[in-house]
Design a protein around this ligand. Structure first.
Ligand code: 3PG
Length: 306
């Protein structure tokens, strides 16, 4: 089988070599398409693929149309909002993700950005500490749980909102469950976003929630830019000069917001949460193994388009 790794933002060299070993040891071949700049390159490469490993690469109906032999797409990572699941199912293609592999990397970046923001982007002025501050985790999935673990080391008071996670699981992690978004935002100095981008969550965090946050609050977004209502964010930043926003997923209005509030907003130039050697290897190898298992005996443990 031909396994295509199609990554506009490439994995580390070591991760690619590890993926190659997994694929070739199982008797398959590996094709690499990295840093492509033109969608046609993706479509041409997909045309010969039986399986694909992708990251945030957009896999829509055009890819399935161009790839008649395609049987499985594995998103090496957690969020699969970049894959059109309906089109995949229609084309008879299995879609999987690799949950948990990027979680620690993303969680560490939350704190990297939080410290930078609370130290005023290292502009030499007096900042504040994380110790003793209240952290609200918006969604207690794999990343949220890593964030809670690290927050304890910083001496933060941690609460979390997750309607899909039982209170007992949240409590077992030493975290206080909260039951409404209003409570989460109004009662925390720092809120860290970990909700996926779905029709229900897109633009769900806007003016009301952001301005409900206490004085000097910080909102950290390592989830998806789409979950933020950007007009609401812009208005909240204008009305509340004490609030800061840092994101691993630059908003569409990034340039404008950076120009207006250089000491209060920060955006990574490209999504960096999962861009560590460890996460690249973890997610890449998991994706390769899932494909090998799928072709060996039909295993599809992490299928997301059931
Ligand atoms: C994920 O959903 O796992 C992260 O957002 C990582 O995305 P990336 O593979 O594009 O870095």
């Amino acid at each position: 089988m031909n396994v295509l790794v199609a990554t506009e933002k490439p994995f580390s060299k070591e991760a690619v070599e590890a993926i190659r070993r997994e694929v070739e040891q199982a008797g398959h071949t590996l094709t690499l398409l990295e840093r492509y700049t033109d969608r046609q390159q993706l479509l041409d490469a997909a045309a010969k693929a039986d399986a694909m490993i992708i990251r945030s690469d957009k896999v829509r109906a055009d890819v399935f149309e161009a790839a008649p032999g395609l049987k499985i797409v594995v998103r090496a990572g957690a969020g699969y909002d970049n894959v059109d699941l309906e089109a995949a199912t229609k084309a008879g293609v299995v879609v999987e993700n690799t949950p948990g592999q990027n979680s620690n990397a993303v969680a560490e970046l939350v704190f990297g950005m939080a410290v930078m923001a609370l130290r005023n982007m290292y502009d030499a002025s007096t900042g504040t500490e994380l110790r003793g501050r209240r952290l609200g985790i918006h969604a207690f999935g794999q990343v949220g749980r890593c964030v809670a673990r690290i927050a304890k080391g910083f001496g933060m008071e941690v609460s979390a909102l997750d309607p899909f996670c039982p209170d007992s699981v949240i409590e077992e992690a030493g975290v206080k469950p909260v039951h409404s978004v209003e409570e989460l935002y109004s009662s925390n100095d720092v809120v860290s976003l970990h909700i996926p981008a779905t029709p229900e969550t897109i633009r769900s965090v806007g003016y009301d929630l952001i301005t409900a946050m206490p004085k000097g609050a910080l909102l950290v977004n390592t989830a998806r830019k789409e979950v933020i209502d950007e007009d609401g964010l812009a208005k909240a930043l204008a009305d509340r000069p004490d609030i800061k926003y840092v994101a691993d997923v630059a908003p569409d209005r990034a340039a404008e917001l950076k120009a207006l509030y250089p000491a209060r907003v920060f955006f990574t130039p490209k999504k960096m949460g999962a861009q560590t050697a460890e996460a690249n290897a973890g997610a890449g190898i998991a994706a390769a193994r899932q494909i090998v298992a799928f072709f060996a005996d039909g295993t599809r443990q992490h299928q997301v388009n059931k």
